[in-house]
Write a protein that binds this ligand. Structure first.
Ligand code: BG6
Length: 520
């Protein structure tokens, strides 16, 4: 860590001793021909290897339908790594070490003999710990989660009852279900073959450094806790805006829409971390208990209340940075009359003692002017005397912004006098910037998540009741929308900040969206 003051080094509290140790194991990736494996999982494992964080020995087996040899799989992953690695150039010697433990098993997900073949591969490994400790990573379509899991169980690779000799864990990618009842059925199905504690449901936002820092920030700094409530905070804005379009993901997106793709998971997770009560300790279950409690305190809307509190939008043709963008309905695999939302803005209330009456505004969308994610805590205005009496709405209230990405930072807006003989006040910033403080080290979320799953620490994964609490908030919104095709005022041009109704949603309470400036 780069620090300017040696005292900072002394005052660095290392919590790593609490971390669970990683044991030699085999990571088996189902769906190894997919994008996630080449873009995220293999680069993440490679970086963990470089940093010496992976257990030794460790093996990785890619399992997928296409015919490939170990050599051709390694070659394919090597090519992908050169493109997607966060550090370049690829360290060829380290890659060669890592690739020696990379294997491929060809098979259909529904074919029992493929799992026998997998078992044969596992048994053929020299170190028996590689056979005993198994991490199954399901990077498949969610419709295949249950099938793969039942085959693993039938093949004797996954045990619900502890065998006493090692561990078996399942990592499942999002989306976990498409609504409350499907999420419940999926959990019920998976827990026929594995216990809840063997299930690691991924939300990659929880692996982001800045998202993890929310808890550290809140609960290791006493100055903010006294302000973190309805008495000091006027409202909170959580924005996850994306410049890119749906593009080639139309097939998936038509079933998901922004509310299932982003809000049900990433945005609600950020909300939970920002607003939850302090956990009794730092154990996974204590933290997850508080998140669930928070999600359950979010007021659920009846479908009839959705229009007043939730705005959806869909992009039409427009341009970003001078580049023309087609409308959503023109994207491949999207219906010409699709009413699927590519933008959502919500006003949520948390009905508990701390937050009663404080609006939490959440928004996310594709084809917005910038890619940036941030949480903005907007404090109350000063009383209408002195400067406020003279400046009116020109005197901004204080705010604290947690910039999750890019240019990861935390900054406060306070008002200050503009130097000079005139009497001018304007907002100025107090700024903590990750790069200048710690150097440009931003590990990929998947590195942390894979490591935690190997270590068996579930803190950064979503528990069953958490997923269900989140779906309970989303289902009535979807119910209201499915009855109503999209109307003119719900469309927004690519490159704009969404439909006007999103601004009106805040204007009802005299609020306005604060636009993230990702370069700031
Ligand atoms: C994924 C969504 O979960 O998160 C994508 O499916 C979205 O639609 C992505 O673009 C955003 O992740 P990040 O890490 O780029 O903010």
């Amino acid at each position: 860590m780069e620090t300017t003051d040696p005292l900072d080094q002394i005052l660095t509290c290392r919590l790593d001793s609490r971390r669970k140790a990683v044991e030699p194991c085999t990571v088996i990736i189902f769906g190894a021909s997919g994008d996630l494996t080449s873009r995220k999982l293999i680069p993440a494992l490679y970086h963990l290897h470089i940093e010496g964080q992976l257990p030794r020995p460790v093996r990785v087996i890619g399992f997928a339908r296409r015919e490939k040899s170990d050599a051709s799989f390694r070659e394919e992953m090597h090519t992908a790594l050169k493109q997607f690695s966060r550090t370049k150039p690829v360290d060829e010697a380290k890659w060669a070490e890592f690739a020696a433990g990379l294997h491929y098993c060809q098979g259909e997900f529904n074919d029992p003999t493929a799992y026998k073949k997998l078992e044969g591969m596992l048994d053929s490994f020299g170190d028996e710990r590689l056979r005993r400790n198994l991490l199954f990573y399901l990077s498949t379509s969610p419709t295949q989660f249950a099938e793969v899991t039942s085959h693993l169980s039938n093949a004797g690779l996954l045990h619900r009852e502890p065998t006493g000799t090692g561990w078996e864990r399942l990592v499942v990618e999002k989306p976990f279900g498409t609504d409350l009842s499907s999420a419940q059925s999926l959990s019920a199905e998976l827990t026929k073959y594995a216990r809840e504690r063997q299930l690691f449901r991924i939300d990659h936002y929880l692996g982001k450094e800045t998202v993890q820092n929310i808890l550290m920030f809140r609960f290791s700094n006493s100055i903010f806790e006294t302000l973190w409530n309805r008495r000091s905070i006027d409202h909170v804005q959580i924005t996850v805006s994306e410049k890119h379009a749906v593009g080639l993901r139309g097939g998936y997106y038509e079933d998901a829409g922004a509310i299932r793709d982003m809000v049900q998971n990433h945005l609600l997770q950020v909300l939970a971390l920002v607003a939850m009560e302090p956990p009794v300790n730092l154990e996974a279950e204590s933290i997850r208990d508080e998140k669930v409690k928070l999600l359950k305190s979010v007021r659920q809307y009846h479908p009839s209340q959705v229009a007043a509190n939730v705005v959806r939008g869909q992009y039409t043709a427009g341009s970003i940075d001078g580049q023309a963008r087609p409308g959503y309905r023109e994207e491949p695999k999207v219906k010409a009359d699709s009413s699927v939302e590519t933008f959502v803005a919500l006003r949520l209330f948390i009905d508990n003692w701390r937050w009663a009456g404080v609006p939490f505004y959440l928004r996310t969308g594709k084809n917005l002017p910038v890619s940036a994610s941030e949480v903005r805590i907007q404090f109350h205005q000063t009383p209408n005397v002195l400067f406020a009496a003279q400046c009116g709405t020109n005197l901004d209230s204080n705010s604290l912004t947690l910039r999750l990405q890019p240019n990861e930072s935390i900054f406060m807006h306070i008002n200050g006098k503009v130097p000079g003989t005139s009497m001018e006040i304007r907002p100025v910033r107090m700024h903590f910037d990750y790069d200048s403080e710690f150097g440009a080290y931003t590990p990929e979320a998947y590195e942390r998540l894979l490591l935690e799953a190997i270590a068996g620490d579930a803190t950064l994964f979503i528990r069953r009741d958490e997923v269900e609490a989140a779906w309970s908030l989303i289902d009535p919104i979807r119910e209201a929308w499915t009855k109503e095709p999209m109307v003119e005022k719900e469309f927004y041009a690519a490159g704009s900040w969404g439909p006007e109704a999103a601004d009106e949603l805040l204007a009802k309470m005299n609020h306005r969206w604060r636009k993230p400036h990702p370069t700031a």
